[in-house]
Write a protein that binds this ligand. Structure first.
Ligand SMILES: Cc1ncc(COP(=O)(O)O)c(C=O)c1O
Length: 405
């Protein structure tokens, strides 16, 4: 199946990958000793002997424009409250250049992080107790944020045909007809890695329009769409519909701990969102990280070249992972993701004595994300983070194989 997926790759993608297998700096030269000095969640959760490949943090050094901006801020002692007034313009120009998406700056609102933005969107667009559709397997906090905001999760599980994941439009329509009050879409999708096509998005948008269901679209992984593929921002194709998209430079540039994201609102809900954010007693602006704003603006304005090199490197990694699994764990099933640095791996046919992630951790000393967190039907799956060097990616798979021996 993996080789089938590779066969379908466009020629340009294949050439890009071949080319980049030769040009691997600066992503290849990361050192495990240096990584182990990091204090972030990825490098502090497990003991030294465990190789972490679970939480969505990358192992690469920061892009130089971000590093320079942060160093300058530290040297200036510039660590006060944030002022995010430049975020909308830098965001708008970045998405215009990269995705041909013309957003009105007045439609862009800075928030501390994507999930805070999702919570605001849920509060704005739905009444208490409303049902909100999500597509499991999906980023686990989607379940939590809906419950936390006092709404109900309505699951429309993704379907897989020939290892290609898609949204079942009949089930989606059923959920809308049953009274869903919003659709929390993940595009590109974590963990399955789909970038929803223009056709798929048009189908979704027209259903949502027919039933008057607002769309909340988490597009945090859009900048990590693989070379040769196109990402379409959903708000670009919704016309007279309420739609809120959530963006951040945090995944693509590995600055999640710095806290800055953006909400983009369609014309129908823009003023209501502005009023809501202004009226918040706990001033959402003051929770945005000042260094996050600085790093985000540097990423949006000056990060494009580094990001393009990164995407080519990750493209190589997703293929390398396919080769490594085929050679060392042939019963593992994995389809190439179209975006992200996350691999969603079916372990149902592996010789396991319990939950896959637990066995990999206990017997192989490699930490992967456990599938059950992403939905009820995913307990035989794991999510592997390949946002690391190829040396460490080989080590991850070797440890997985050792755990099965
Ligand atoms: C799909 C998705 N949305 C949101 C987030 C979290 O973003 P933030 O830290 O900005 O809330 C993640 C983190 O991995 C994610 O995968």
């Amino acid at each position: 199946m993996i080789s089938t997926a590779i066969t379908f790759l466009s020629l340009s993608q294949t050439f890009a990958t071949m080319k980049y297998f030769k040009t691997v700096e600066p992503f290849e030269s990361i050192s495990l000793d240096r990584l182990r000095k990091r204090k972030s969640e990825k490098w502090s959760t497990y003991s030294r002997g465990v190789l972490p490949a679970f939480v969505a943090e990358m192992d690469f050094d920061l892009a130089l424009p971000i590093r320079a901006a942060l160093v300058e801020a530290v040297e200036l002692g510039d660590a006060g409250y944030s002022s995010s007034t430049e975020v909308p313009a830098s965001f708008a120009s970045s998405v215009r250049n990269r995705f041909d998406w013309s957003t009105d700056e007045s439609a862009v609102f800075a928030v501390p992080d994507v999930m805070a933005g999702v919570a605001e969107a849920i509060q704005l667009l739905t009444p208490p107790g409303a049902s909100i559709v999500i597509n499991p397997p999906v980023y686990p906090p989607f379940f939590d944020v809906i419950a936390h905001e006092g709404r109900t999760v309505l699951e429309v599980p993704l379907q897989a045909h020939d290892r290609m994941w898609s949204v079942n439009l009949d089930t989606l329509e059923g959920a809308f007809a049953d009274g869903a009050r919003a659709y929390l879409l993940c595009n590109p999708h974590n963990p399955v890695g789909r970038v929803w096509s223009e056709r798929e998005l048009h189908d979704i948008v027209s259903l949502a329009s027919r039933y008057g269901v607002p769309i909340i679209s988490d597009e945090i992984y859009a900048p990590l769409t693989m070379p040769g593929l196109s990402f379409i921002p959903v708000c670009k194709i919704t016309e007279d519909q309420p739609c809120i998209a959530l963006w951040s430079a945090s995944k693509a540039f590995n600055i999640s701990g710095l806290k800055c994201a953006a909400m983009i609102a369609s014309a129908q809900v823009r003023e209501a969102l502005r009023a809501r954010l202004r009226a918040r007693p706990d001033e959402i602006e003051s929770r945005i990280g000042h260094l996050g704003v600085i790093a985000t603006i540097a990423a949006f304005r000056n990060g494009a070249a580094w990001l393009d090199d990164l995407r080519v490197y990750l493209d190589g990694n997703r293929h390398l992972l396919a080769d490594l699994l085929r050679d060392q764990i042939p019963a593992a099933r994995y389809s190439l993701p179209e975006a992200t640095y996350l691999a969603w791996i079916d372990c149902s046919e592996l010789p396991l004595k319990g939950a896959p992630a637990r066995q990999f951790l206990e017997r192989g000393l490699v930490a992967l994300e456990a599938g059950h967190k992403f939905g009820r039907l995913s307990s035989n799956w794991v999510r592997l983070n390949f946002g690391t060097s190829r040396v460490l990616l080989r080590e991850i798979v070797q440890r997985m194989a050792a755990a099965l021996a």
